[in-house]
Design a protein around this ligand. Structure first.
Ligand code: HEC
Length: 249
């Protein structure tokens, strides 16, 4: 009995896995077939950006969890690549870019004496404040998050480096910006892990029924048995059924 159930579960898991693989192949195939004829540049870039962008959009850092353990020293070191254009000291001068003291929590494009691009001023309408998420997305890819920005900086791909840097920027005049409470929905791996564990189990359990039917052993036996019974008592199938049901109740 338990052997059969285990067999069904394994079979269900195998079928579910096969289904996922086939689905992924079809989706991937659709993307490649759609993109390939147009331009090789898009063909190469689009899947990478789409995958990265989607992952980042779905799972932004869980600031309440990552900030307390952020490496401020590493964040300060990461700021070295900003220093060509920015200072972060209190009352520090504007350079190619605006002074960044207290930038976390500061209104976008608001620093006195700096001539922001039209793009950055326009960005203010959709994102008025430099929140953790806004800084994170801007620093990931400035030109993608604020198209037309005059900050000519490619961006920081590594999430932990951005976290360290933002934690350090917070220590430079933004200590009043609260660290949010941990958000389980943002914890890396939490959502994917639940999906990964839940899908095979759920699919396996559900597949247990269909597998029996698809095996056709039960239906075949029933189909063969009924005609035999009816052939024996051609005139009374209805009453038999009714009596059986009544007895059962
Ligand atoms: C090559 C010069 C340059 C580098 C390098 C650079 N920035 Fe900038 N940054 C700018 C300029 C110019 C602006 C103004 C953008 C605009 O107006 O479109 C800016 C704007 C910003 C803003 C918005 C500030 C505000 O007041 O709204 C932030 C935040 C920022 N930079 C952070 C950084 C950080 C952090 C780094 C390092 C990882 C960095 N920048 C590297 C030139 C630079």
């Amino acid at each position: 009995m338990s052997g059969d159930l285990n067999g069904n579960k394994i079979l269900g898991a195998v079928l579910a896995t096969a289904f996922v693989i086939i689905s992924v192949q079809q989706v991937t195939g659709a993307i490649y077939h759609t993109e390939a004829p147009e331009k090789m540049g898009y063909f190469v870039d689009a899947p990478e950006e789409a995958a990265g962008g989607a992952a980042e959009a779905e799972l932004p850092p869980d600031w309440g969890t990552v900030l307390p353990t952020a490496d401020l020293g590493a964040g300060e070191a990461a700021f070295a690549r900003c220093q060509a254009c920015h200072t972060a000291t209190a009352g520090g001068p504007n350079g190619t870019g605006p002074n960044l003291y207290g930038v976390l929590g500061r209104p976008v494009a608001s620093h006195a004496g700096f001539a922001y691009s039209e793009a950055m001023v326009a960005h203010k309408a959709e994102a008025p404040t430099w929140t953790y998420d806004e800084l994170d997305q801007f620093l990931t890819a400035p030109g993608r998050h604020v198209p037309g920005t005059k900050m000519s900086f490619a961006g920081i791909r590594d999430t932990q480096t951005r976290i360290n840097l933002i934690a350090w920027l917070r220590s430079q005049g933004s200590g009043g910006v609260a660290v949010p409470a941990p958000d389980p929905a943002r914890q890396p791996g939490a959502a994917p892990a639940e999906d990964a564990a839940g899908t095979p189990e759920g699919a396996g359990t559900e597949a247990g029924g269909p597998v029996d039917d698809m095996g056709q052993q039960v239906p075949a036996t029933g189909a063969a048995g009924q005609p035999t019974t009816q052939a024996t008592m051609p005139g009374q199938p209805d009453s038999d059924t009714t009596q059986t049901n009544n007895t059962a109740r």
